[in-house]
Ligand binder design. Structure first.
Ligand SMILES: Nc1ncnc2c1ncn2[C@@H]1O[C@H](COP(=O)(O)OP(=O)(O)O)[C@@H](O)[C@H]1O
Ligand SMILES: [Mg+2]
Length: 245
């Protein structure tokens, strides 16, 4: 099977000395949807930022067989689309059209091709007809969808999504999960929302304190309560939270 992403011996410390990743080894096949779960501060976002070279460090990241380096960076970024946790970080144009068109224009697509990609991306996230709206006046659920469209318009082969359901109400969350289920490409989803993970991902990797501590089928991980409790993913048995639930 072809590997979408291969990470070897990846360690990373932030400039202030905080070590966020410790010797990560992980490989993801083309077509897989893999969850990256773990408590706050586990290193999930830091790991995702390495997948399209926003952060670089010791160790290697290989995308579709090509090692990420200065020479391949642009190509890698055309293959790996990263959706940030906060859509505000991805939306900066006066109109939805401009935001979704930004990537394809940057890639040198013709005007017709840009228009085609924008309509397909908006259709893909169920936001047709929003072209002239201001992204900043949309609801959080709508902003999230437009942020996804800004990446889909670049037609990536691998979609990397940080905390897709954060801050969404139950209905918006359900709709977003359905939307992501329909996207056919390889997906890596960082989340501590286990409900979303169960709905989306066949495989789950647990990250804690910058290390991979488990990697198995989602079914097997979710049925292992001591494992989930041990890594802050379920309330400890006997805690008052659990009794109230
Ligand atoms: N810009 C930063 N500068 C310094 N430390 C950071 C920065 N961003 C994250 N960290 C630290 O790196 C670790 C991993 O953070 P992060 O990748 O955001 O975790 P997660 O996404 O799993 O919550 C944490 O200890 C966090 O405090
Ligand atoms: Mg994070």
């Amino acid at each position: 099977m072809e590997k979408a992403i291969q990470i070897e011996n990846l360690s990373y410390s932030y400039p202030d000395g905080q070590q966020a990743l410790k010797d990560i080894n992980l490989s993801i096949e083309v077509g897989e949807t893999v969850a990256l779960v773990g408590p706050n501060g586990a290193g999930k976002s830091t790991l995702l930022l390495h997948l399209n070279g926003i952060l670089r460090s010791d160790g290697t990241v290989t995308v579709l067989g090509v090692p990420l380096d200065n020479k391949s960076l642009k190509w890698v970024r055309s293959k790996v689309g990263l959706i940030f946790q906060d859509p505000e970080d991805q939306l900066f144009s006066p109109t939805v059209f401009d935001d979704v068109a930004f990537g394809p224009i940057n890639m040198g697509c013709s005007q017709d091709e840009v228009r085609r990609r924008v309509s397909e991306a908006l259709e893909g996230v169920g936001m047709e007809g929003y072209e002239k709206r201001s992204p900043h006046h949309l609801s959080i659920g709508e902003k999230k969808r437009i942020a996804i469209a800004t990446i889909l318009s670049m037609e990536p082969e691998i979609l990397v999504i940080d905390e897709p359901t954060a801050n969404l109400d139950p209905r918006a969350k359900g709709e977003l999960i359905e939307l992501l289920q329909q996207l056919p490409m390889t997906k890596i989803v960082a989340s501590h929302d286990l409900e979303a993970v169960k709905a989306l991902c066949q495989r789950t990797v647990i990250l804690d304190e910058g290390q991979v501590v488990a990697d198995d089928s989602t079914q097997s991980i979710m049925s292992n309560n001591p494992l989930l409790e041990g890594h802050g993913l379920a309330p400890r048995s006997g805690s008052s939270l659990k009794l109230k639930a």
